[in-house]
Design a protein around this ligand. Structure first.
Ligand SMILES: [Zn+2]
Length: 145
């Protein structure tokens, strides 16, 4: 099955389709446990799921208001039902909205594993400091006859 659909439907990593996206009810892992893909690289990546969550809440509130209008003519207390429906619909869909957005980011090329730096390529010393095996003094002993 396509990892995109696994991400949205089963909350799996959209890169490998195996790792779990969530470590809690709404909190995502930073990276995939299986393939190491980093899900969010920019703080701005959260704008779209927030906007979609707001849109789902607003659309649910409007739908609940229309239903309540037909049921009881928006009698007193209807606002409690409308607010409850909006909050519950937002919370009920938030996991799938986040998973869908991570899958979209993956399709756009923004979700991938961090590059692996081999141990031999890692600098062992501060490049701004002089190497420790060089002589400390620059003085040269010159014998004059
Ligand atoms: Zn993965």
């Amino acid at each position: 099955m396509d990892p995109f659909h696994l991400a949205v439907g089963l909350n799996r990593c959209p890169c490998c389709g195996q790792g779990a996206l969530f470590k809690g009810w709404l909190s995502l892992h930073e990276t995939c446990e299986v393939c190491g893909a980093r899900y969010f690289r920019d703080p701005g990546n959260w704008t779209a799921p927030t906007a979609f969550g707001y849109g789902i809440g607003a659309a649910s509130a409007v739908a609940a208001m229309v239903v309540m209008w037909f049921v009881n003519g928006l009698a007193a207390g209807s606002e409690v039902v409308v607010i409850a429906v909006a909050v519950l619909m937002t919370l009920a869909t938030m996991r799938h909205v986040k998973a869908w957005w991570v899958a979209v980011l993956t399709r756009m090329g923004h979700v991938y594993p961090d590059p692996v730096v081999p141990p031999s390529a890692e600098p062992t010393e501060d490049p701004l400091e002089p190497a420790s095996n060089e002589p400390e003094s620059s003085a040269v002993n010159v014998e004059v006859n």
